[in-house]
Design a protein around this ligand. Structure first.
Ligand code: ZN
Length: 179
């Protein structure tokens, strides 16, 4: 951030009085521009034992498979956001069941919240941001073409919990990949 969104003056980076972190502060109008993590929410949509995946038509990870998920909008609940993302990316209506996975991703300032879900009527189609949408049996999941490690981890755990029909929610933290 270079300019204040309130008054368009240049901002500086400093620790405001009474705070303990550097912030973007406007010296003209006094506005402190806090930046906080963003929430990404999505679901594992199941239909008759199969899982609905989307092949990404946008960057990052164009052409790879993932579950429907995206950034929460203001004014939404996380469940509403997960349902909206599923409708947008897979043209599918879902009933949201329990929260299943929470991932801290501190190096990109994001939190992922993934629900379990059932398709409402079995209908789906690629949305604007998807190249393809397809239902997969467990043994057909394209593991080597998945877009995000958090999705791989969530699906593997889902399949290991499913025989017991018991899906205890879990929290994990993602660290940067070393190259
Ligand atoms: Zn200002």
């Amino acid at each position: 951030m270079k300019f204040c969104s309130q008054c368009a003056s240049a901002v500086s980076i400093r620790i405001p009085q009474g705070d303990n972190r550097e912030r973007h502060v406007c010296d003209a109008c006094g506005e402190i521009h806090y930046q906080n993590p963003k929430i990404v929410t999505g679901c594992i949509p199941e239909w008759q034992g199969q899982i609905l995946l989307c092949r990404r038509g946008i960057e990052p990870r164009h052409g790879l498979w993932t579950i429907p998920a995206g950034f929460m909008e203001n004014g939404e609940t996380i469940e509403q956001a997960a349902m909206r993302e599923t409708l947008e990316e897979a043209c599918a209506r879902v009933e949201i069941h329990g929260l299943y996975a929470v991932f801290n991703i501190p190096h990109v300032n994001q939190v992922y919240m993934i629900f379990r879900a059932q398709l409402s009527d079995g209908e789906f189609a690629p949305g604007e941001e998807s190249l393809e949408t397809e239902l997969f049996d467990e043994d057909q999941i394209p593991w080597s073409e998945m877009a995000f490690p958090v999705v791989i981890q969530s699906l593997r755990r889902y399949f290991s919990d499913r025989p017991n029909n018991h899906f205890p929610p879990f929290v994990d933290t993602v660290t940067p990949i070393r190259r």
